[in-house]
Write a protein that binds this ligand. Structure first.
Ligand code: FES
Length: 101
């Protein structure tokens, strides 16, 4: 299980890759307290594993977002500008396959 510090370090690596390599996909995940505690903490790890497994780590910019003030509808994830809510660990791989692969 990752903690917030590890996520920030991880997200910084992606920001660096984006600046150096230029990325073609964009994933934003809400790391506000509500979304973080209601599933996005685990979803970040699943996304990392998915990107690594599918050799997409250099093509995807993954970044954390602040609370979007819609906590009751979360947890939120935004992929290439499309907003998805209530995406849990059980749903995220299918969503990534649909949106990225
Ligand atoms: S914590 Fe995600 S919308 Fe508020």
């Amino acid at each position: 299980m990752v903690n917030r510090f590890e996520i920030i370090v991880f997200l910084s690596e992606y920001e660096l890759k984006e600046r150096v390599l230029g990325q073609s996909y964009d994933i934003e995940i809400c790391l506000g307290s509500s979304c973080f505690s209601r599933g996005n903490r685990e979803v970040v790890q699943v996304i990392r594993d998915f990107l690594r497994k599918n050799h997409l780590d250099d093509k995807v910019m993954l970044k954390g977002a602040r609370c979007m003030n819609r906590c009751s509808e979360g947890p939120f994830i935004i992929i290439n500008g499309k907003t998805f809510s209530n995406i849990g660990v059980q749903d995220i791989e299918k969503l990534l396959e649909k949106e990225l692969v």
